[in-house]
Design a protein around this ligand. Structure first.
Ligand code: GDP
Length: 367
């Protein structure tokens, strides 16, 4: 049939051929009155945090639009999920526009971590990922830390141009904008919304003092983020709400730590050593023998090893194993979106297991 169906969630054209491509829905979904694409289905049922759903297509249009206009781009990342919340394509679209990088949620880091070290690490990572920000800031939008300074720097750097705020969902972009509104205008009534050219998406404009605006763009969904593999309730478990308490583990070779049922850390070889976990205080860490770990997971994922919950097991991705030889003292193994494990001494072999699609990266420790 030539009938064209649209997803009621994101408006994308529905197709039933390619499961990997945008707009996919199983043929059976076409019989329903309200057709929803698989991606929106997952978002709807497993994670309801998104205010705006943005297709990759619309996101490209927005990036293109920003690249063609003149303006300062403020890119927000969640420092607790730096790589997961990165917008990979951005640097290709910015043209001659300056970019300011803002790391949000600094309040979650243990007080023992020096902000400057985190800022240096962010600069280094940004460069590795192809972005050369004009400046880098570390803030807490929720607590208001360093917002005044950042707002002042943004105002200085923008010259007399518009400001575009970009970031993926859940980085705290709305919270940040609300803070800025208070800084800039003193109240929120002056905001206007309009369609972003070529899309059906609303953008929010906050007037600045010279007839220019601060423009809030819709948040893109980074599909590989850990946040998208858990349901709303569990998102609260894995997202730290207050300062993370590091936990020290003395491990022997052949021991494993499970982080709920979401990830796993194997200590393979290197003698008795200490490891420090920086994971949400509410996520259960379960220690076991490496040789029993596979079986334990099969048996207990969804109950003792939770999240995920039993009703999610069917769609929860397999854990994929990444092995590392740690060559430098003080190395962090980052489980994107979940936290990290600091290895204090070099010369150890470890493995990190994460849901397929979620990243594991090594970095020089930020402590
Ligand atoms: P958006 O999707 O990027 O607009 O993100 P929101 O502003 O809705 O925030 C997403 C989640 O992060 C919410 O649960 C916020 O409470 C939380 N959040 C935002 N800013 C901060 C922050 O500075 N610190 C902490 N700990 N949480 C924050």
């Amino acid at each position: 049939s030539n009938e064209q169906f649209m997803c009621i969630g994101c408006g994308v054209k529905i197709q039933t051929e390619n499961t990997e491509e945008i707009g996919y829905a199983p043929t059976s979904a076409l019989e329903k009155e309200q057709i929803i694409c698989q991606r929106c289905f997952r978002l709807k049922h497993y994670n309801e945090i998104q205010d705006v759903q943005l297709t990759d297509d619309d996101f490209l249009k927005i990036l293109n639009g920003i690249g063609k206009n003149k303006g300062l781009i403020v890119k927000i990342v969640d420092i607790f999920d730096f790589n997961g919340s990165w917008l990979p394509g951005l640097h290709r679209f910015v043209g001659n526009n300056k970019v300011v990088l803002v790391g949000n949620k600094v309040d979650l880091l243990p007080k023992s971590i020096k902000p400057n070290k985190v800022i240096n690490w962010m600069k280094h990572e940004a460069k590795q990922l192809g972005l050369k920000p004009e400046d880098v800031f570390l803030v807490s939008a929720a607590k208001g830390n360093f917002i005044k300074e950042t707002a002042a720097a943004i105002d200085e750097l923008r010259g007399n141009q518009d400001v575009y705020v970009v970031g993926c969902t859940n980085v705290g972009k709305s919270t940040f904008i609300n803070r800025i509104i208070k800084e800039v205008t003193g109240d929120g009534d002056v905001i206007t919304t309009s369609h972003f050219p070529g899309t059906t998406l609303d953008i929010i404009k906050i007037p600045l003092d010279d007839e220019k605006s601060l423009i809030d763009t819709p948040g893109i969904i980074n599909h590989h983020q850990m946040a998208h593999f858990v349901d709303k309730q569990d998102l609260k478990v894995i997202t730290p709400k207050k300062e993370i308490k590091p936990k020290v583990y003395q491990l022997n070779e052949g021991q494993t730590l499970f982080f709920g049922g979401l990830a796993r850390f194997d200590y393979i070889s290197g003698g008795r050593k200490s490891f420090v976990t920086f994971i949400s205080n509410e996520l259960m860490i379960h220690r076991t023998k490496l040789e029993n770990a596979d079986e334990l997971y099969k048996k207990h994922v969804g109950e003792m090893l939770t999240p995920p919950r039993p009703n999610q097991l069917e769609t929860f991705p397999d854990l994929v194993r990444h092995e590392f030889m740690i060559k430098e003292d003080k190395t962090d193994i980052v489980f994107s979106g979940l936290g990290w494990v600091t290895v204090n001494e070099a010369g150890v072999k470890v493995a990190a297991h994460v849901p397929r699609g979620v990243q594991v990266i090594l970095r020089k420790s930020i402590i």
